[in-house]
Design a protein around this ligand. Sequence first.
Ligand code: SF4
Ligand code: SF4
Length: 482
Amino acid sequence: MVALDVSHATRAARLGKPKAEAMRGRVTPQAVSGHFRRIKWGVLAACLGLYYALPLLRWDRGPGQPDQAVLVDLAHVRAYLFGLELWPSDVILVTGLLVLATLVLVLVNALAGRVWCGFLCPQTVWTDLFLLIERRIEGDRRERLRKREGPLTLRRSAEIGVKHALWLLVAVMTGGAFALYFADAPTLLRDLATGAAPAAAYGAVAALTLTTYLLAGHAREQVCTWMCPWPRLQNAIFDPKALSVAYRDARGEPRLPAKRALESRARGEPAGDCVDCAQCVAVCPIGIDIREGPSFACINCGLCVDACDSVMARLSRPHGLIAYAPWEAIEAERAGTPAPRWRALRPKTLALAAGILVIAGAMITTLALRTDLAITSVHDRNPAAVLLSDGRVRNGYAVTVANRSLQERTLVLSIEGLADAEVSVVGADPHGRIVLEAGARRPLRVLVNSGAQENRDVAIVAADVVTGATRRTADVFVLPAR
Ligand code: SF4
Ligand code: SF4
């Protein structure tokens, strides 16, 4: 086995490349029941339920506003998440969200390895669903392997056809549901069904259908092992103190068939608890033999734990030969020293949790301080300033005002920092007022004439004539170059 050293891990911790079945061809995992399998089914149902239901949820934002709870409105460049509305200017919040998600993933990794991959990752959820369909139609592992080697009869062809048809149906539903996040879901559903939807919608559904079908139906464990960058990072972030699925070789070795193990123990000779039944390998969706040591491809799904526990139960041996345990505990067992307990609260996890709290706090503060009136300006570049015939100077600005509230607003613009400024707004009414509908943004051209004798720092101010709310944007007033 090619093994990769993990220099910061304890002395024998090595993350090996997946071997066993994964290296011999297509992985055909066997069904298994048990504690972790039940958790995985529950998580799968919750994730799929959420994914399909979210775009159908309604959220009243008032007249003229979209009433979809979760919506990415590409046409108007904004996103809605229940009561939260994100504008392009909120890119800092989106960045914060991405940093937060990364930190949470790293924290989860420090607590329990690739447990995200084994339970919550969309690739795992959809692959589990596709495998369930395959099993229902073609049978469990042995039957599938036998059929794969057997002749292509009419019945076998029908099975293959039905399986792929159902896979495609799930894939279409997945792609269709994804498109619903980008438009009013009931309208888009109707348009998709009647052929009235825009070509881009059909393109998005087709692309998502194809990727779901290929990744969950065909690529499966190849995605988790070779295509996703997360396993590649495991060598750098593998934590011997984190919970990860491990084979307790101090207890399992020497492995012997059940009968020979009994005889061996009766003679007072050593016999491990592993009976070499290979059930742990057969149920593994990645095709790993976890008894070979930690593998960067292991997604910590716990299915081999379920398989081995049921074998141990049949043999009346204690369960936990394969278990979630820190790697340093496995090594301590080998060395015959007391195994350290898994601890959630460690300097590393506390530091990560603190980082998460700080970023979450900063995002909440940003949200709380966010106003529903926004103004930005860009100073003219060429020419930056024009000398008028009366000796005054004119500067031009491209100003954008945005009304993020649910009510229409009437604004007036003024300039601070120039006492004699004469402001004219192209796009305002004869009284200099700008009427902005709820949720609207408007580009304006602002011209400022002044007799200023030097460059000045100024602020362009938008004021709501009804509420008195103001927003300002800093800019400069410059004189022509001499
Ligand atoms: S399932 Fe348990 S007993 Fe069977 S081979 Fe795996 S570790 Fe050994
Ligand atoms: S080795 Fe066990 S925990 Fe790891 S992927 Fe395979 S079944 Fe899941």
